[in-house]
Design a binder for this molecule. Structure first.
Ligand code: HEM
Length: 465
């Protein structure tokens, strides 16, 4: 029977250090040499099928999705964050997904836009304050800035005003610490005994408990405010309210408090770092492509005259903003690789897939595939223009995954990314500090390396805002 080429184990072992430092470079090299799908030992240890073949990715995510689950790499998060959409499986996942998905429909996003814009504007105002104190130029650690704004957006969209600013910062710190610890236990499994001995597991378990208590407190305040509101007050637009109102199709019940806590944790984690990375990369790309930044600034000035706030309904009239976001997500997909395990034997184009096979669906490789994308390494937002030729190939562009487990927050993310870009570019000119784009820092999500950018007031567009 046919099989995919195998990278000899000795080669993966020899390159395991290089691969820990530069997993993307190492995978690119292997795929360029052996073909779009290879069998190799991740880190020299763990057998996996790595693929950038759109047909195989579609097979696993969509056509035969019932035979594939996420692996222990994702399920390990259960310990800290609980069983929410991202970590759940099977019938239980489907029941939750049906309950939660309506909260992310486009019409609901219109209501959330106000909360998103409020968070974006707080950040814009803080940059403006720094500009007023400096000589008209501020140099920012762009990733730190986008991490703050993305967390603020998702936390405000989830909790509305039920979280104090200090709690928001606390939540962000705790989630970051838990994620960093979790990644280190995955990336350097040989350190696990050391972590046990140092009490690091216990410490992070306690952090997870405190995090739940903080979120429980916010839910309590939300419900108390609701009960105290005068009759006829419309309920808040936030996602927490949506989750409290949601009822299961089968028994008409509401979610239990524990399930609600799990889902809230997962939304915060899934919707935070991914968007922060995408925003940081978008700023970096615009800084290094002044013509594209200029085109975006013109589109904004044309569609949003001075003093006019951007609304959800305005976004379709700003197609270039969306194209910039889409092309950023192609070049730098925050979820750069996705894991799946075959839960039963399967077959793909004559290749037998044994139960337990671990797949690494290499989205970065798909998005940079020279055979699928003309000038794959170039930043060309117009490739996503309506009617552009050639159209992006099927299952070659999956920043939000695919099949039934497509990112539930994909419209939310596209809206928030456009909003922040629009609010930033209409006020600021963004310029690079160093010569080239930052390097890749692929952790669970694809971060930029050191990224400093200069922000100055945009002449002729910003003064009257
Ligand atoms: C640019 C931003 C984002 C990117 C690139 C992104 C990417 C992804 C991807 C690739 C998946 C599928 C994972 C898999 O199948 O293994 C996913 C799932 C998910 N995302 Fe996002 N995401 C983003 C923003 C968000 C936001 C803002 C939220 C929520 C507010 C969110 C919530 C979720 C949830 C809950 C899941 C699990 C869905 C399920 O399995 O039913 N994401 N995301």
């Amino acid at each position: 029977m046919k099989n995919w080429p195998q990278v000899p184990r000795i080669i993966t072992l020899r390159s395991s250090l290089k691969s820990a430092r530069d997993p993307i470079g190492t995978l690119n090299q292997a795929l360029a040499h052996y073909g779009d799908t290879v069998r190799l030992y991740l880190g020299g240890v763990r057998p996996s099928v790595v693929t950038r073949d759109p047909a195989l990715v579609q097979h696993v995510l969509q056509k035969n999705h019932r035979r594939y689950h996420k692996s222990d790499l994702t399920h390990g998060l259960l310990r800290y964050l609980g069983r929410g959409l991202l970590t759940n499986e099977g019938a239980d996942w489907l029941r939750q997904r049906r309950l939660i998905q309506p909260g992310f429909h486009r019409q609901r996003l219109a209501g959330l836009t106000r909360l998103m814009r409020q968070a974006a504007d707080e950040w814009v105002a803080s940059v403006e304050a720094q500009l007023a104190e400096s000589k008209g130029v501020v140099e920012l650690d762009a990733h730190a800035a986008t991490t703050r704004v993305a967390f603020c957006i998702v936390a405000r969209s989830v909790f509305g005003d039920s979280l104090a600013d200090s709690e928001l910062a606390q939540l962000s710190d705790w989630l970051t610490a838990i994620q960093a610890f979790y990644i280190s236990t995955i990336r350097q499994p040989y350190l696990r005994p050391w972590h046990w001995a140092r009490g690091n597991y216990g410490r992070h378990d306690r952090l997870a408990t405190r995090l739940r208590e903080l979120v429980r407190g916010a839910i309590g305040r939300h419900q108390a405010a609701l009960a105290a509101a005068p009759a006829g007050t419309p309920p808040p637009d936030d996602l927490l309210q949506m989750l409290l109102d949601a009822r299961y199709e089968d028994d008409g019940a509401a979610m239990s408090e524990n399930q609600l806590l799990d889902e809230l944790n997962i939304l915060l984690v899934a919707g935070h770092e991914t968007s922060a990375n995408a925003l940081a990369w978008a700023f970096a790309l615009l800084a290094h492509h002044p013509a594209a930044q200029q085109q975006l600034a013109h589109e904004i000035a044309r569609e949003l005259p001075a003093g006019r706030e951007v609304e959800f309904e305005d976004l379709p009239r700003l197609p270039y903003a969306l194209q910039v976001v889409q092309e950023t997500l192609r070049l730098y997909p925050p979820a750069w690789i996705m894991d799946r395990v075959a839960t039963e034997p399967d077959e793909f184009q004559g290749v037998a897939i044994a139960q337990g096979t671990l797949f690494s669906l290499y989205l970065y490789g798909l998005h940079h595939h020279p055979g699928l994308w003309p000038e794959a390494e170039q930043f060309r937002p117009e490739r996503f223009a309506p009617g552009a030729v050639p159209a992006p190939p099927t299952y070659a562009y999956l920043p939000f995954g695919g099949g039934p487990r497509l990112c539930v927050g994909n419209q939310f993310a596209l809206t928030e990314l456009q909003l922040v870009l629009i609010q930033a570019v209409r006020r600021f000119e963004i310029n690079p500090v160093g010569p080239g784009l930052p390097g890749l820092s692929p952790l669970i999500t694809l971060r930029p390396g050191e990224l400093r950018l200069r922000f100055s007031r945009r002449e002729g567009v910003g003064e009257s805002q």
